[in-house]
Design a protein around this ligand. Structure first.
Ligand SMILES: O=C(CO)[C@@H](O)[C@H](O)COP(=O)(O)O
Ligand SMILES: [Fe+2]
Length: 219
């Protein structure tokens, strides 16, 4: 079984005291940090670039999990690799949902020594990307429309998690199944029961008791 991982989303981090926030994360049981990159074009919001990741890299020794919500994902692979990313996930919709292009970009990311993932928005069928699964280290199921933290969990997306888990059980593939959006004290359990092993959580985790909530999710 794949070890469960919790990845707090930096979108909800306290930026009035970044050093203290990073220190708290470094000392917490969370193994990863989820870094949401939004370009104001693929999604109607704008967040962080590689320079910010470079700073975060200095204060966090775990896995830096970059979630690219950008229209041109390929051009950001090298800058984020140089900045210290460990894993880069991009959206299939940015590549017109073309499975060949998705596999090709996954291979490119891996060839740079990084782990590679792809993600689908809630309206995109996951089955389109069966041929991409052997090329992926992680598949990210969005359980909200990408763009903002603090939205409600879309329970119907768990069907994709179940499909990914069954594909993994039936085939010679080893990707992680990550879920992102609306994760809280109730929804994380549903995600895990459906087969998710990598839990991104932003607003709920950062609203208090991050260590305790993370430890519970890892039990
Ligand atoms: O990618 C995204 C949003 O587009 C996420 O990573 C959110 O940042 C998760 O935040 P919560 O839904 O947990 O508040
Ligand atoms: Fe995300």
């Amino acid at each position: 079984m794949t070890e469960r991982v919790v990845a707090p989303s930096v979108l909800s981090m306290d930026y009035s005291d970044t050093g203290a926030a990073l220190q708290m994360l470094e000392n917490s049981p969370a193994q990863w940090l989820h870094f949401d990159v939004m370009d104001g074009h693929f999604v109607p919001n704008l967040t962080f670039g590689p320079d910010i990741l470079k700073g975060i890299r200095k204060g966090f020794s775990g896995i830096l999990d970059v979630h690219l919500m950008t229209s041109d994902p390929a051009c950001w692979v090298e800058p984020f690799r140089k900045a210290g990313a460990d894993l880069i996930t991009f959206h299939t919709e940015a590549l017109d949902n073309d499975p060949s292009a998705v596999s090709e970009l996954l291979d490119t990311i891996r060839s740079q020594g990084l782990q590679a993932g792809f993600s689908v928005k809630p309206g995109t069928p996951i089955e389109l990307f069966a041929s991409c699964l052997p090329h992926a280290d992680l598949v990210l199921v969005m359980s909200v429309e990408p763009g903002f933290g603090g939205q409600s969990f879309m329970e119907g997306q768990l069907e994709k998690v179940r499909w990914l888990a069954s594909q993994r059980a039936e085939n010679d593939v080893t990707y992680r199944i990550e879920i992102d959006g609306g994760i809280n004290g109730t929804t994380w359990k549903k995600a895990v029961e459906s087969g998710a092993d990598t839990l991104v959580a932003g607003s709920w985790l950062f609203s208090g008791d991050l260590d305790q909530k993370t430890a519970e999710m890892l039990q």
